[in-house]
Design a protein around this ligand. Structure first.
Ligand SMILES: [Zn+2]
Length: 253
């Protein structure tokens, strides 16, 4: 009589084991950190697209674990590209360098909370158009992870109840939004929403003009094409004169 290969497995899994065996414990400890973070996000039913911030789901110390995990995966990519990372001194540490670059610089706006921004009451009841820009911004396209480098102008129409923020804070918030794999159309909306929430102005406008290296470097290889887009909230939407004034002033800058 032949031995049923499933019989042993059934017996094993049917045996109740409690407390968990050392094997099960070590399985838990080796669950990749990205899986643990993803489980928390899924439990909260939150979106985690490339340009979403997931800082509140990351526990202290986990960013370092994530760095090690991403390094390993990037090393795997280099191996699949048939690059000898063992003896090629140039690419030996490329996995680690690129992992650090993604997590600590290029995509840090996904993993770190919004920078601290102090809001001031509008004590002088300013209600004139304010324009901030051009602010240089750097991002990466979600489709190819190629650089996007450009400029942003922000128009604010405060009212007496609006909060005001320090000038440098516009650049900080813009950098936080842009330091993610982005789509320019979505980046300007995210920036406008973040500022709207902080300041509660009557009107808010964001214009972005950028070079997309996935067009310069690959694909059509067009060096001149730029993308310009804008988002208008409140009085910038309702008042064509205000919109015209803003657009004509930023053209001069
Ligand atoms: Zn692209």
């Amino acid at each position: 009589m032949s031995i049923d290969p499933h019989a042993k497995a059934v017996t094993e899994s049917a045996t109740p084991v409690s407390p968990p065996s050392p094997t099960q414990v070590s399985m838990q400890a080796t669950t990749p950190v990205s899986v643990r973070i993803r489980e928390r996000i899924k439990l909260a039913k939150i979106r985690y697209h490339a340009n979403d911030n997931i800082a509140k789901f990351i526990e202290p110390g986990e960013l370092n674990e994530l760095l090690a995990e991403v390094e390993g995966k990037l090393k795997g990519v280099l191996e699949s590209l048939v690059i000898d990372t063992e003896s090629d001194h140039n690419t030996q540490d490329t996995g680690r360098r690129v992992a650090k670059m993604y997590l600590n610089e290029l995509f840090k706006g996904r993993y770190l909370p919004m920078p601290e921004v102090t809001e001031f009451p509008n004590a002088s009841h300013l209600n004139e158009l304010m324009i901030i820009g051009p602010i240089t911004v750097r991002s990466s396209c979600s489709h190819h992870l190629c650089p996007i480098i450009g400029k942003v102008w922000i128009g604010v129409m405060p009212n007496e109840h609006s909060n005001l923020i320090g000038l440098s804070k516009y650049a900080r918030i813009a950098d936080w939004i842009m330091s993610r794999p982005q789509i320019q159309e979505e980046a300007v909306v995210q920036l406008a929403d973040a500022l709207q929430e902080k300041m509660q102005p009557d009107g808010l406008a964001v214009v972005m003009e950028a070079d997309h290296f996935c067009m310069h470097w690959r694909g059509v290889k067009d060096m001149d094409a730029k993308m310009i887009n804008s988002v208008m909230h409140g009085s910038f939407l309702k008042d064509p004169n205000l919109r015209r004034e803003f657009l004509s002033l930023i053209k001069k800058s």
